[in-house]
Design a protein. Structure first.
Length: 65
């Protein structure tokens, strides 16, 4: 049985795990995200509303905010 070399393929998920500036999904402020799944800034995560699980209220969702 012959062994063929594994192709060198760069995956998109590896690129997305790089720390970088991302917009917060709650307040839209740019923050230093440590990984691809971190999309809420520490200021928003520290808020009472976030800790209590309150929904985001914006004009886009029809709420008053």
């Amino acid at each position: 049985m012959t062994h063929s070399p594994r192709p060198s393929v760069r995956s998109d998920s590896a690129l997305m795990d790089n720390p970088r500036l991302r917009p917060c999904l709650r307040c839209q402020a740019e923050f230093h995200s440590g990984w691809a799944g971190e999309r809420i800034c520490s200021r928003c995560k520290g808020s009472t509303a976030w800790r209590n699980g309150s929904p985001l209220r914006t004009s886009a969702t029809g709420g008053r905010g």
